[in-house]
Ligand binder design. Structure first.
Ligand SMILES: [Zn+2]
Ligand SMILES: [Zn+2]
Length: 261
């Protein structure tokens, strides 16, 4: 009891279905979340402009919404939410989900992903090519970090309905201190992504210094990992992170307490 009590979680707000790059169907996620005792689960398929992993068409989210509405009518022990994991496409922070879809979503996540279609060739060079050259030397590495950081900061500033920054630093290195300070100001949550086991503990410690709010998600592509927060639980214990700063801890309640829209 007391200090030794492990954090319990209200919901998992980052999962994928067979509308994007997972095999599991919507109902598999809902059943897995119920089995874990979660009260909320969000379906957040990849935006359409990341090759292979994205939904085939933005209207897929509208189809998902219809299916989710039917499930919500049927179950009273869990609330299913519609979200999206948008791709950041350039250093201006543009996303690959159109506004008419964003307004239908309960939750908006965004992150940098490889193989995203940039808005232009120039944008592609600045982020995606530069990032792939980062191992070529200190100059290239620093340029990549600078551009990636700029893209993520712009995404947070220019998309007022952005709730969550997905797996900060995964695939694309970031200046965590800069990102964390803007995230605090823009009320964007810093994700502890258990599927990718990312960010690493040093980056979580760095972000924590600025008083950021965290959200713990599975990023499940398999129903067996929905609500599996082992990675975050280890880190929370090790760093003795304040439960009040983890927005999806049971103590804080559901998504309505932190969602922007
Ligand atoms: Zn992702
Ligand atoms: Zn994801």
């Amino acid at each position: 009891m007391g200090r030794e009590r492990a954090v319990e979680f209200y919901g998992d707000y980052h999962t994928h279905t067979n509308y994007s790059d997972a095999k599991q169907g919507l109902i598999d996620i809902v059943e897995a979340a119920r089995n874990r005792g979660l009260k909320e689960v969000a379906i957040t398929d990849h935006g359409p402009l990341a090759a292979v992993i994205g939904v085939s068409n933005p209207n897929s989210y509208l189809k998902l919404k219809e299916e989710i509405n039917l499930i919500n009518e049927e179950y009273d022990d869990i609330k299913v939410l519609l979200g999206a994991e948008a791709n950041i496409r350039n250093i201006e922070g543009d996303l690959d989900i159109p506004p008419y879809i964003i307004k239908e979503l309960d939750i908006l996540i965004a992150g940098l992903h490889p193989y995203t279609l940039p808005t232009s060739i120039k944008a592609g060079v600045k982020i995606f090519l530069q990032n792939s050259l980062r191992h070529l030397g200190k100059g290239c590495y620093e340029k990549a970090v600078k551009n990636n950081t700029q893209a993520v900061i712009a995404a947070m500033k220019n998309n007022p309905s952005l709730d969550i920054l997905a797996h900060p630093g995964l695939f694309f290195k970031l200046d965590i201190a800069e990102v964390a300070q803007v995230a605090v100001k823009e009320r964007v949550l810093f994700e502890i992504n258990c599927g990718h086991e990312y960010p690493k503990i040093s980056d979580i410690m760095e972000a924590d210094k600025y008083g950021i709010n965290f959200i713990v998600n599975s990023d499940a592509h398999l129903s067996s990992t929905v609500g599996d927060f082992s990675y975050a639980k280890r880190i929370i214990k090790k760093l003795n992170l304040d439960e009040a700063r983890i927005v999806n801890s049971s103590a804080r309640g559901g998504y309505k307490t932190w969602v922007k829209n």
